[in-house]
Design a protein around this ligand. Structure first.
Ligand code: AGP
Length: 614
């Protein structure tokens, strides 16, 4: 996600916008830019790679006068981080400038159509296509900017929050949103515009949240006008802000981790968007399709990763082996790099990394490439080192993950691995069309299903009070639930500092069951899958030894609910999709236990968000 700020009024536009960008830098920090309309009707656009401070350095000695302006801090989705791809983008005639948060899925179609009309492009972004489309419509129809914006947005498929300014109207901003947030601050003869209220809350607490598919005409000295895409005036609902700035940056949540847990319905929607199409009939991961020959002839796939990404990798093994019948090995990158691996050009190595900067994973990639393997990356940070070092790859598109404990990135990684396996199986025909359509339909329902699972939060918060002072935990699962057990244990360890161990449930009888007593709670992930009867007996074995059990079960479970001490019910899903659903209660359980213990969940001791050293 990106951060947008806009201002019209008699204040110091540059200062207000730059301060606002600093408030939004948690939303993305690949590059930043600003566009100012001077009173003489000049449009100045300045932009720079990296953090907002780089933009400030670039703007020194520049003409910073202006009565209206827009600014942007970028989280790259289309087009790597670069000066050229940084926002604002401007129209070919130089009259318009735009900033955008979101993704336009049909930008290639629009770009080709505009190119046929002679439009030229200077960046790889979808946003530049949009401003060229607005200019094209404005010139062709000889209409007002707001009408051109409205017509252009009717042709857009995807998510957007935009702000557009034009040279000839130095007091006006046109804004619009769909699926990405935008809020207008109402000051005294001045207006503010931003992705959230943090950039203007110190100036005014009166604001209007734009609703889905609404446009706003924001003009100094004029009443705010809000329109629908059908050019109908909308009712203006003014809200008075109650929150502090720090709370606002976290979207009202007390911690980034909790915000990111609750973002997962939207981040999974962003991850899926444009990749599961035709109602679920087709799953299209471009990186896989473009290299399908390599996946079809691969004799083996080796997945390398660290930490939570390694748990996602283990699920990747189950998914790819199960759907594509290709042997998969999973390696800790830190072990792989020193294990003298045997690889050749018939091997595929998949490297998974949220940050795209993990040193061990980078080192593993370099070894794999030297040995001739085809290397495929799955990352979250566009333009980070790992996507640059790999032959191809897929971005998970979950937006910046600020909390050190990975949550939305994990479910995004697992979602991409699921779509990767289906994409290959589709071509290898190791899944039937019916099976693929069935999975596709369920994948499209996952964001709503996750929303439902998040409703367990209050129950889990109460449950956490019972277990806050346990000194050890066991997390148990089988099949697809085994990597979920490992991930749940890691979440608890890294933010509450309680020792927790994930284990294959059937392995308990080979030693660990000796640990079970009333002081050792077990979290058992037991959805209704093909191993259900087996996990039931594991639950009974733990209970028989006096263990306390929290079980994650499928809604309507009547067996385990009579054995476990506490059950958390999740909706029924095809077995291969359950990890995304069953991992959510474990994220919440670890969060609330850590909070009860007074821990700093966003920045746990001894940890860093990205381990760029050995
Ligand atoms: C996960 O909660 C941890 N913060 C950590 O294990 C992390 O997953 C690991 O360091 C790998 O990071 P990466 O995905 O950025 O490579």
């Amino acid at each position: 996600m990106c951060g947008i700020v806009g201002y019209v009024g008699d204040g110091n536009v540059y200062d207000i916008l730059i301060k606002g960008l600093h408030r939004l830098e948690y939303r993305g920090y690949d590059s930043a830019g600003i566009a100012l309309v001077t009173p003489e009707g000049k449009l100045n656009v300045y932009k720079a790679m990296g953090k907002v401070s780089n933009l400030e350095g670039f703007c020194k000695e520049k003409d910073l006068s202006g009565k209206a302006g827009i600014a942007h801090t970028r989280w790259a989705t289309h087009g790597e981080p670069s000066d050229c791809n940084a926002h604002p983008h401007y129209s070919e005639d130089g009259n318009l400038a735009i900033v955008h948060n979101g993704t336009i899925e049909n930008y290639k179609v629009l770009k080709d159509a505009l190119a046929q009309h002679g439009c030229t492009f200077h960046s790889e972004t979808d946003t530049e296509v949009l401003v060229q489309l607005i200019e094209y419509i404005k010139l062709k129809n000889n209409c007002e900017l707001v009408d051109a914006v409205r017509e252009a947005l009717k042709q857009v498929v995807g998510a957007y929050a935009i702000a557009v300014i034009e040279k000839n109207n130095p007091d006006r901003i046109i804004a619009a949103r769909k699926s990405s947030p935008l809020v207008i601050g109402i000051g005294d003869n001045e207006y503010f515009l931003a992705s959230d209220a943090t950039p203007f809350v110190e100036y005014t607490k009166e604001c209007v949240y734009l609703k889905e598919e609404e446009l706003a005409v924001i003009e100094k000295g004029e009443p705010l006008k809000i329109l629908t895409l059908e050019n109908q005036e909308s009712k203006i609902d003014v809200t008075t802000l109650q929150m502090s700035i720090s709370q606002l940056e976290k979207g009202g949540y007390p911690h980034f981790m909790l915000k990111e847990i609750f973002e997962q319905p939207n981040t999974l929607l962003d991850c899926i968007r444009g990749r599961v199409v035709a109602g679920g009939k087709h799953v299209v991961l471009n990186g896989v399709i473009d290299n399908i020959d390599k996946f079809l002839k691969a004799k083996r796939i080796v997945i390398v990763a660290c930490g939570t990404s390694w748990h996602a990798a283990l699920l990747g093994k189950y998914l790819i082996q199960g759907m594509c019948r290709i042997p998969v090995e999973v390696e800790y990158a830190s072990e792989f790099r020193y294990s003298d691996p045997v690889l050749d050009e018939q091997d595929i190595v998949i490297a998974i990394s949220q940050s795209g900067e993990t040193a061990d994973t980078l080192a593993a990639i370099q070894i794999a490439r030297k040995m001739g393997a085809f290397v495929y990356g799955i990352s979250n940070v566009v333009g980070s080192s790992i996507p640059r070092e790999t032959d191809s790859g897929t971005y998970i598109h979950v937006g910046p993950e600020i909390g050190v404990a990975s949550t939305k990135a994990f479910t995004g990684q697992v979602m991409v691995l699921t779509m990767l396996a289906i994409s290959i199986a589709q071509v290898k025909e190791t899944l039937s069309k019916e099976q693929i359509e069935e999975l596709g339909k369920h994948i499209l329902k996952i964001p709503k299903t996750v929303e439902k699972v998040l409703k367990l939060a209050d129950k889990i918060e109460r449950l956490s009070l019972i277990y806050t002072y346990a000194r050890n935990f066991l997390y148990l699962g089988r099949g697809y639930s085994y990597p979920v057990a490992l991930e749940g244990a890691l979440k608890l360890k890294e933010i509450s500092y309680i020792h927790a161990e994930g284990y294959p449930a059937a392995e308990m009888k080979h030693g660990p069951i000796a640990l079970i007593d009333a002081e050792m709670p077990s979290v058992i992930i037991a959805p209704n899958d093909h191993l259900y009867e087996k996990i039931v007996s594991n639950v009974q074995q733990v209970k028989a030894r006096g263990g306390s059990i929290i079980a994650i079960v499928t809604e309507g479970d009547t067996v385990i609910r009579n054995i476990a001490d506490h059950v958390l019910e999740v909706p029924d899903m095809p077995e291969c999709l359950t990890p995304i659903i069953t991992s959510i209660p474990l994220q919440l359980l670890s969060y609330y236990i850590a909070i009860n213990k007074g821990k700093d969940v966003d920045m746990p001791r001894n940890l860093a968000k990205s381990v760029t050293v050995e």
